[in-house]
Design a protein around this ligand. Structure first.
Ligand SMILES: Cc1cc2nc3c(=O)[nH]c(=O)nc-3n(C[C@H](O)[C@H](O)[C@H](O)COP(=O)(O)OP(=O)(O)OC[C@H]3O[C@@H](n4cnc5c(N)ncnc54)[C@H](O)[C@@H]3O)c2cc1C
Length: 287
């Protein structure tokens, strides 16, 4: 494993906010997972950081990355095994090259396979688990195990993996024959048109409440463009918060609280966080 000490976490969150962490540990093979959890106290498992807001003070936390586990392999029975550190974009390229499909709708989600599996990510009616059959995990109680998707408590943007902080090592996919390039490109276009990709952001801030859309509620409450310091409710997609310069962690927290309060007062709806927030003490909100 490779360990970097006193590392600035700003580049590791897609919001480009983050303080100095005790260490960042890169796992280089799965056996190292047995060792690492004996070494660390407070830790956070980091994928691509596209859903993670990091406090900008001193962080007494060991960040653990599986980015170096990044193989895609064809296995028997037409399974494709994808390690957790692979980007969805790389996996999409693989599917295109090998003419395999079924996940075109989620093209362009900027996460790692580990991050996507952990929170059951999805878009346009498809979720990553639509084509996953089982997941290879590290559990502190059992070590390395393989668990079928039926046993993973799948629900909207959540899984038992997330509830229990299990570590995704990789996933076995069974894909359809034929990659629909037009559908995939269409989703990339839609993202460019609908998401404020020109600014650092973490995707959707809040989960959609039942039978409604957080973006619609925020927009109707006239919160588009509402700004505290350098953090702003996006005009383009009101469920996104965008960093317009040098936004501070405390301002993001104030803005999240403000939006929640306005929505609660106006609609009596309690918005639930989709993004994950890491406090300076290693405690995570929405975990
Ligand atoms: C522009 C933009 C658009 C987005 N669009 C969508 C969308 O359409 N649909 C959607 O669902 N999400 C979307 N997201 C959110 C985000 O990309 C996804 O949630 C993605 O799954 C997060 O992956 P990550 O690797 O960046 O995870 P991180 O932010 O690094 O981590 C997120 C969570 O996953 C956990 N995690 C990371 N790696 C592992 C692992 N190996 N094992 C277990 N847990 C792990 C972390 O501990 C954390 O709890 C978007 C984000 C952005 C910035």
């Amino acid at each position: 494993m490779k360990i970097e000490k006193d590392i600035c976490m700003k580049p590791f969150s897609n919001m480009k906010i983050g303080g100095i962490a005790k260490e960042l540990i890169y796992i280089e093979n799965e056996e190292e997972l047995y060792k690492v959890f004996e070494m660390v106290d407070k830790y956070y498992l980091l994928g691509n950081g596209t859903n993670t807001l990091i406090n900008d003070t001193k962080l007494d936390i060991s960040f653990i990355s599986l980015k170096k586990l990044n193989k895609i392999e064809k296995k028997e029975d037409k399974y494709i095994y994808v390690e957790s550190g692979v980007d969805l974009t790389e996996f999409t390229e693989f599917m295109k090259k090998n003419n395999l499909g079924g996940l075109e709708n989620i093209t362009g989600i900027p996460g790692s396979i580990g991050g996507l599996i952990n929170m059951n990510a999805g878009a346009y009616g498809t979720t990553i688990f639509d084509k996953v059959e089982k997941v290879r995990l590290f559990r502190k109680d059992l070590g390395i195990v393989e668990i079928s998707k039926e046993e993973l408590g799948l629900r909207y943007r959540s899984t038992l993996i997330k509830d229990n902080r299990w570590i995704v090592i990789g996933a076995y996919f069974r894909l359809d024959e034929g990659f629909d390039e037009e559908k995939s490109n269409d989703k990339i276009e839609k993202r460019k048109n609908n998401h404020p990709l020109e600014y650092p952001n973490l995707g959707s801030t809040f989960k959609n409440p039942e039978n409604d859309f957080a973006a619609r509620l925020i927009s109707e409450a006239s919160l588009k463009g509402y700004r505290i310091g350098d953090i702003e409710v996006s005009e383009k997609h009101p469920n996104f918060l965008v960093n317009k310069g040098n936004a501070k962690f405390c301002d993001v927290m104030k803005l999240i609280e403000h939006v929640k309060k306005v929505i609660k007062n106006k609609y009596d709806i309690e918005l639930e966080l989709e993004l994950i927030i890491i406090g300076d003490d290693g405690k995570c909100f929405n975990y």
